[in-house]
Design a protein around this ligand. Structure first.
Ligand code: NAD
Ligand code: MG
Length: 380
């Protein structure tokens, strides 16, 4: 029986993870669950899965909440709720599916404890990749990427000789604005940005897909997860999201990982590893798929990808600054306080204005993140 903690249990990835667990009660059980604000959903999930620890990160529970907590269930608040979820009940795997830099502290905690991580959260590696690498070298914990592209690269690279590796090719769906003009994109509404052609996901990542920042975060994750130099990372737009990513060898041979467009496949792979479990997502019917298409990403129309490429090459605090500006700007966009085009503008501005900030230690990273976000909230 594998014991699993789910951080961000009420979200898109969290709920799909619980679906996997529910289908295999003989294989998986849940030790802890966290949510940011949806306390009622968290409590009902805790009852359903017989969980003994819950973390509520976005509010400090009131008397009303305390009354609803089932007997024998411990509760943690804020960041402590995330950290204790990595410890309580001694989980075998912690799924980190919270949004934003909040994913970094539990990732560090798991590495320090030697607990395996199923990592959906992107922002943790983007901001703290260099520290994660150092910790990982001293830890027995494994990181199983749950992002479909990174899980694809993980599967392509597993057990193969990487001496002749030429490049990693991440696929991108192209998002909702692929065929829009540059001018139209600037004024896209929240509703339009949230209409992703292939995936149903949380709001922040869906907006990131529309700006291409999602792919930008993934190229930085790729560097840290697989020790790949920036020159060896490529992006290709693949509208159908059937090829989840590819690797290429020096002799021209390409290995692709394909599968149905359903996040439960990478989640199940991370939970079941090293075993392959029965599919809950069906199987590809190639004849029915017909055509798979490929095109180059347009960084003129989607400059966020270019900013991320710069951040990937420059390293240091630049990825932290880029990520912080993006998190704050996407929040403002979702609140309809800034335009879609302003997201990119605030990122470009912050990457320039705050380039002197540091990211050497975890404390530096959190300070830089706070300072940049504060600026974006107040000035855009
Ligand atoms: P979501 O918005 O649907 O859910 C987020 C979960 O985290 C919720 O349970 C929420 O309560 C909690 N949360 C929100 N803000 C938090 C904070 N500041 N601190 C702690 N908890 C917080 O998001 P999602 O789509 O499930 O994505 C989660 C993470 O996984 C993101 O980093 C995203 O980029 C990554 N990811 C998601 C998908 C997908 O298909 N949804 C695919 C690949 C990667
Ligand atoms: Mg992805």
């Amino acid at each position: 029986m594998k014991k699993i903690a789910i951080l961000g249990a009420t979200g898109s990835i969290g709920r799909q993870a619980l679906d996997i667990i529910e289908r295999s009660p003989e294989r998986f059980c849940v030790t802890a669950l966290t949510a940011h604000k949806s306390s009622d959903t968290l409590i009902s999930l805790a009852k359903k899965f017989g969980v003994k620890y819950i973390g509520l990160t976005g509010t400090s529970g009131d008397a009303e909440f305390e009354k609803k907590v089932p007997k024998g269930v411990k509760v943690g608040f804020g960041i402590q709720g995330l950290i204790e979820s990595c410890r309580e009940g001694d989980p075998d795997v912690v799924l980190i599916a919270v949004v934003g830099i909040a994913g970094l502290p539990p990732l560090i905690e798991c590495l320090d404890r030697g607990t395996d991580i199923a990592l959906a959260n992107k922002e943790a590696l983007v901001c703290g990749g260099h520290i994660v690498k150092q910790k990982q070298a001293l830890s027995r914990a494994e990181i199983f990427p749950v992002d479909s592209e990174l899980c694809a690269v993980y599967q392509c690279l597993k057990g193969v000789d990487t001496t002749g590796l030429r490049r990693v090719i991440l696929t991108a769906s192209g998002g909702p604005f692929l065929r829009w003009s540059k001018e139209e994109i600037q004024n896209a509404t929240v509703e339009q940005a949230l209409r992703h052609p292939n995936w149903r996901m949380g709001k922040k990542i869906t907006v990131d897909c529309a700006t291409y920042m999602n792919k930008g975060l993934e190229i930085i994750e790729t560097k840290w997860l697989f020790d790949i130099t920036p020159e060896m990372i490529d992006v290709v737009v693949h509208r159908q999201s059937i090829i989840h990513s590819m690797i290429e060898y020096s002799d021209g041979a390409v290995i692709a990982q394909m599968g149905p467009t359903d996040m439960r496949q990478p989640i199940q792979y991370a939970f079941g590893h090293p075993e392959r479990l029965g599919s809950v997502v069906g199987h590809l019917d190639f004849a029915a798929l017909g055509t798979l298409t490929f095109e180059a990403p347009d960084t003129d129309k989607f400059p966020c990808l270019r900013h991320a490429m710069d951040a990937l090459r420059e390293g240091g605090a630049i990825p932290v600054i880029m990520n912080a500006a993006n998190e704050a700007a996407v929040e403002l966009f979702l609140e309809k306080k800034i335009s879609f085009g302003d997201i990119e503008k605030s990122i470009a501005f912050a990457m320039n204005k705050f380039a002197h900030l540091k990211a050497n230690t975890l404390l530096d990273i959190y300070n830089t993140d706070t300072q940049v976000k504060k600026y974006v909230y107040n000035n855009f």
